[in-house]
Design a protein around this ligand. Structure first.
Ligand SMILES: C[S@@+](CC[C@H](N)C(=O)[O-])C[C@H]1O[C@@H](n2cnc3c(N)ncnc32)[C@H](O)[C@@H]1O
Length: 457
């Protein structure tokens, strides 16, 4: 079969524009990439896959790529014209990590793109730097582990201090591996169409439907699948009918540890786009109510879209600032989900722009915000009810330190998680009511969960 790589200049120009938006203007990569893929819907699947891989790969390896460019160029990346530095970055990624694209084609396309963007005078510079890197690529090596793993130095060193070098390196390697999307089956949505269907049959029907449309669905157990080989999620019938919801295995653990009982009233104070709220509504099997709150109308609308698609009636989206004291909710919730804004270091593999944007100062601000929100929302839990505090980050200040602070300052006690998580996830911390999932060590995103019960009286 003829080898098909890409549409040359046009695809690379799309990636260049995405990188400009993310790296020069601070936009989120998943947002800009999705907007671009929506705009260029007419492109075929191979072009869209090329654009996605080149964008995400360049951002994942950016720290390493910049070190290489700076080794071979007299002008350092920080001093270059933004268009030129991003053009070099995406070209170096192809030279180092995309074997199917010949290096000569990468250099030629980069030179043409420099000219198209009115940098005629820098064609020789672009060509020279790229051809040198292509020639020398077999000899490039790094001694510093953070450069090898393309992580910010401070981040690597923080993890080395907190978890040791071996675990820090396992995490760094996991972030650079191919990522699959994980989806969870919504039993309620399937039972509405196929009354009486068992959980196992529902998972089987879902997998069949996904495979019929050319997607690969590898079962992970408990109704979760790793999904790959598809183009647009929206085109999959199982998605359009609400049979599946994108949710990582780590995030699905929140619903399981919340252990809702039929009829429970659940408040999720930071819920958009609704992953955990929908899961709990599904576990409630049409009973009870989940109030899924978020800060803005736009965020609540994202939850609303998911509710409509899944057709659930025991969940509603509400616009509410979690910092605002809602007197009407005091002691009303059987379960309160506080899946709070965090530094997101557990999902660096999926959102590699976090490597560029996060700083230790921002992490401190987030840890403070988490404490402020917890100080308000604990009152909504009924005596005897559960509060779950979770984040998608790997940072002891935002996670275990905040969990211990919470247990020490409010009328709650930690739930012993050993019965729920052993023997699969053994950890000393389980008896203290929390677990930190680490990418590369656990088969999921980096994620923190702590579970507490409100004391009676
Ligand atoms: C980690 S995300 C929640 C993910 C969600 N629980 C899920 O499983 O799909 C954190 C959310 O907190 C929201 N948020 C941030 N500050 C908030 C505030 N003061 N009040 C309510 N929501 C807030 C953000 O808009 C964001 O949607």
């Amino acid at each position: 079969m003829a080898k098909r790589t890409d549409r040359g200049l046009e695809n690379r120009e799309i990636v260049l524009d995405i990188l400009m938006e993310v790296l020069e203007r601070g936009s989120f990569v998943h947002v800009v990439l999705n907007q671009a893929l929506d705009k260029y819907q007419y492109l075929d699947k191979a072009d869209r896959a090329f654009i996605t891989r080149l964008t995400e790969g360049t951002l994942e390896y950016l720290i390493q790529i910049d070190a290489i460019i700076n080794q071979y160029s007299k002008t350092k990346t920080q001093k270059m014209k933004p268009v030129i530095r991003n053009l070099l970055r995406l070209s170096v990624y192809q030279i180092l990590h995309m074997d199917r694209v010949p290096d000569s084609a990468v250099c030629n396309e980069a030179v043409k793109l420099a000219a198209k963007r009115r940098f005629e005078g820098l064609k020789g510079f672009v060509n020279g730097v790229l051809r040198t890197i292509a020639r020398e690529k077999g000899t490039i090596a790094f001694s510093e582990p953070w450069l090898k793993l393309s992580l910010p130095q401070w981040m690597y060193e923080m993890w080395e201090r907190q978890y040791g070098a071996e675990t820090a390196q396992a995490m760094g390697r996991a972030f650079l591996k191919d990522k699959k999307t994980t989806v969870r089956c919504n039993l309620q949505a399937l039972s509405r169409e196929l009354p009486g269907i068992s959980a196992e049959e529902a998972w089987e029907r879902t997998a069949e439907s996904l495979r019929e449309q050319g997607a690969e669905a590898s079962p992970l157990g408990d109704g979760l699948f790793d999904l790959s080989g598809y183009d647009r999620l929206e085109e999959l019938s199982a998605f359009a009918r609400g049979w599946i919801q994108v949710q990582d295995a780590s995030s699905a653990m929140v619903g399981r540890l919340a252990a809702p009982k039929r009829g429970d009233y659940v408040i999720d104070v930071c819920a958009a786009p609704g992953g955990k709220s929908l899961h709990i509504a599904d576990l409630l099997d049409g009973t009870g109510m989940v109030e899924a709150r978020d800060l803005t109308f736009q965020k609540a609308e994202l939850i609303e879209e998911n509710i409509r698609r899944c057709g659930f009636e025991n969940i509603r989206a509400v616009v509410m600032d979690a910092l605002w004291e809602d007197e009407d909710s005091v002691e009303k919730a059987d379960i309160l989900i506080a899946d709070l804004p965090c530094s997101g270091l557990g999902i660096l593999g999926k959102k590699p722009d976090i490597k560029q944007n996060m700083t230790p100062e921002k992490m401190k601000e987030l840890a403070d915000l988490q404490r402020q929100i917890l100080s308000v929302v604990w009152r909504y839990v009924k005596p005897g009810g559960r509060l779950i505090y979770s984040t998608c980050t790997v940072d002891s200040m935002e996670n275990e330190e905040n969990a211990r602070w919470f247990a020490g300052n409010f009328p709650f006690e930690p739930v012993d998680l050993r019965p729920a998580l052993e023997p699969r996830f053994p950890a000393e911390s389980l008896k203290e009511g929390w677990i930190q999932f680490l990418p590369g060590i656990h088969p999921m995103d980096g994620f923190f969960i702590s579970v507490f019960t409100r004391k009676n009286g």
